[in-house]
Design a protein around this ligand. Structure first.
Ligand code: ISE
Length: 332
């Protein structure tokens, strides 16, 4: 059994805690903490033996905790991941790894200095059965090389505090990571549209993003976070001799009164429930085998670097080159 401590008991934190305590083998939800103690207590009350600790640092340094899951607000990630490295504990940190690319790079440097890979970034789509099937088909070589990737990312709605920058750093960032992972190519430049909207307010809820990748592969992303009808993620990979597309992932398909209907999940938690569960299971196995799986700290750095370039592209209405850096041998 791996004794896992969860930092953050918000909506995502409670989902992870539920998975860990019921659906993931070899995991023991041993402790939880949250800035709002009552939220952590509510979760711990349902899990025998789960302790409520005062804060993230206390949890990381608790000798009875073997591995740490960070699901707290984005701006807390950097310090908490650094503390996990200092305590030499495996950590699965929800995206983003840190708020800025510079901070992500410092975490990579700290991990390299330690000489041991401990960081996994929570890009759960890498474990989603549809994306993994798509990648397996691509790798079979039967359809030739990838040429264009179309992505659709729609949220039913977003909170009032969700701004134009978050559209890229919080939502589109998943597409940046999945594009790198699917295509096995780095993204070299980014542009966002519309570049000079008549009403700047629309940038809060919609954007077309174009990424230019290695080997002239183009990635085109629609992000629309006021789709109303539900949460919807699409992807179609055009290859030299065929296309690979994700099928619509509805909760249920209904035929009635001469019509067929797909019922969509209201948000990503339903849509990617399998991906989260499989991700946590893979993490547990990796922790037991003292290795990492999924997105590395370097992948977390590049996702944030692309997002930063995307924000700049939006602000300057221009095509911005992405500094992909040189992948250290440690992350090969
Ligand atoms: C949210 O924070 C997520 O991480 C979801 O996966 C993403 O689809 C959504 O757009 C974000 O707001």
């Amino acid at each position: 059994m791996v004794n896992v401590g969860v930092i953050g008991a918000g909506v995502m934190g409670s989902d992870h805690a539920r998975f860990l305590s019921s659906n993931v083998q070899d995991a023991n939800l041993a402790a939880i903490t949250d800035a709002d103690r009552s939220r952590a207590e509510a979760i711990a009350a349902k899990v025998p033996g789960c302790r409520v600790l005062t804060d993230g640092m206390a949890l990381i340094n608790d000798p009875k905790i073997d591995a740490v899951l960070i699901v707290s607000p984005d701006q807390t990630h950097y310090d908490l991941v650094q503390a996990c490295l200092a305590a030499k504990k495996p950590v699965l940190c929800e995206k983003p790894l840190a708020f800025t690319a510079a901070e992500c790079l410092r975490l990579c440097e700290a991990e390299m200095k330690l000489g041991q890979k401990l960081i996994q970034v929570g890009f759960m789509r890498r474990f989603d059965p549809s994306y993994t099937a798509m990648k397996a088909e691509l790798k079979s070589g039967k359809y030739g090389k990838p040429v264009i990737l179309h992505c659709v990312h729609r949220n039913a709605e977003v909170p009032a505090w969700f701004d134009a920058k978050m559209l890229i750093t919080n939502s589109a960032v998943h597409e940046f990571d999945i594009a790198r992972w699917l295509l096995d190519r780095e993204m070299l430049a980014i542009s966002t549209f519309p570049q000079a909207p008549a009403n700047p307010d629309i940038l809060r809820n919609r954007r077309i993003i174009v990424l230019e990748a290695e080997d002239d592969v183009v990635v085109e992303i629609e992000v629309f976070v006021a789709a109303k009808y539900g949460y919807d993620v699409g992807g179609e990979l055009v290859c030299e001799s065929g296309t690979l597309a994700l099928t619509p992932k509805a909760q249920v398909q209904i035929r009635t009164q001469g019509q067929e209907r797909l019922d969509f999940s209201p948000d990503w938690r339903g849509h990617f429930a399998d991906a989260y569960r499989i991700e946590l299971q893979a993490w547990m196995k990796a922790v037991q085998e003292k290795r990492t799986v999924g997105a590395s700290a370097w992948d977390g750095y590049l996702a944030t670097a692309i997002a930063e370039a995307g924000v700049r592209a939006g602000e300057t209405a221009s095509r911005v080159k992405i500094d992909t850096g040189k992948r250290p041998a440690f992350y090969a």
